[in-house]
Design a protein around this ligand. Structure first.
Ligand SMILES: [Zn+2]
Length: 292
């Protein structure tokens, strides 16, 4: 499942062909993804200009010139593909000929920029919704989300306050989208390793007498570092995830502990080996020697 860095990579891939461009035509081949497409989906989008392509947690948010926001989620297996007219000399010739991957191409946007943006999703856990811009913050998908981990508002004090009375592990707390938005199994494991904190420690250790502890400070720093590095690397390409421009990301080679059971711990001078345990039904990877 794509995590925040992958979604941000997709956003950055789509922005140049969508922002400022008009949606000239929409093909909706499947009317049901995770949920049914909104009523009159193609008609409501046709002729609209995309004013801004933003992101909240793992939702892509295309703000339209009529005040509506096209909310898009990749689900488990969703991806976007961009095709361009190759050059002025060969109009109509595409890098990715249409029909090539047809079966799971559920939605196609034809943009005035000359690009087509195709949403492909074999498992159909992805979503496309239309929400009024002024109602977005109150939408049931958005309103419960915690702070964006890369925003300045996500501080050690904020994280500590959210965890102070939690009776769960650090792993469970960081996976909770109300505590911090957009983190999943991979980056929770990676951030805890960088912060040298055991995923089994109680989340409440981040707060002491209503103030953030040193652990909270190093964890916030680690979360920012691991996400920034992943975005820089272009997101991971686990399973069938592909970047918006059709290229695979390469971040999976850089995981320090995730999916590396038995490998030597990458912390300098640590003699530990990466261990896998199961927490709340999900694999956790960590080093029992340098993560305490
Ligand atoms: Zn270690």
């Amino acid at each position: 499942m794509p995590e925040l860095p992958e979604v941000e990579t997709v956003r950055r891939g789509l922005a140049p062909v969508m922002e400022g461009a008009k949606i000239v035509a929409v093909e909706a081949h499947r009317l049901d993804l995770r949920w049914p497409l909104p009523k009159d989906f193609a008609r409501r989008l046709t002729g609209r200009r995309v004013e801004h392509l933003g992101r909240r947690a793992k939702y892509l948010l295309a703000a339209l010139d009529d005040g509506e926001v096209l909310v898009m989620h990749l689900g488990m297996s969703g991806s976007f593909r961009i095709a361009h007219v190759t050059s002025d000399k060969t109009p109509g010739e595409f890098h990715h000929p249409r029909g090539k991957a047809g079966t799971h191409d559920h939605v196609v946007f034809h943009m005035s920029s000359g690009a087509t943006v195709t949403f492909n999703d074999p498992r159909r856990f992805g979503a496309m919704l239309l929400v009024r811009g002024d109602k977005l913050a109150q939408d049931k998908l958005i309103r419960a989300l915690g702070p964006e981990p890369l925003d300045a508002a996500f501080t050690a004090a904020v994280l500590a306050a959210a965890c102070a009375s939690k009776k769960t592990s650090l792993k469970a707390a960081l996976s909770d989208q109300r505590v911090v938005a957009g983190l999943g199994n991979i980056y929770v494991c990676e951030a805890l390793h960088r912060a040298h904190l055991s995923p089994r420690r109680m989340a409440a250790i981040l707060s002491r007498r209503n103030a953030p502890t040193e652990a909270a400070r190093s964890l916030v720093k680690a979360i920012r570092q691991v996400l920034s590095a992943a975005i820089k690397a272009g997101g991971s390409s686990l399973r069938n995830y592909v970047k918006a421009d059709g290229e695979l990301g390469d971040f999976q080679h850089r995981f320090r502990v995730y999916d590396r059971e038995g490998a030597p711990c990458p912390t300098p001078r640590c003699k530990g080996k990466v261990r896998r345990i199961v927490q709340a039904g999900r694999s956790t990877f960590y080093c029992p020697v340098c993560q305490r």
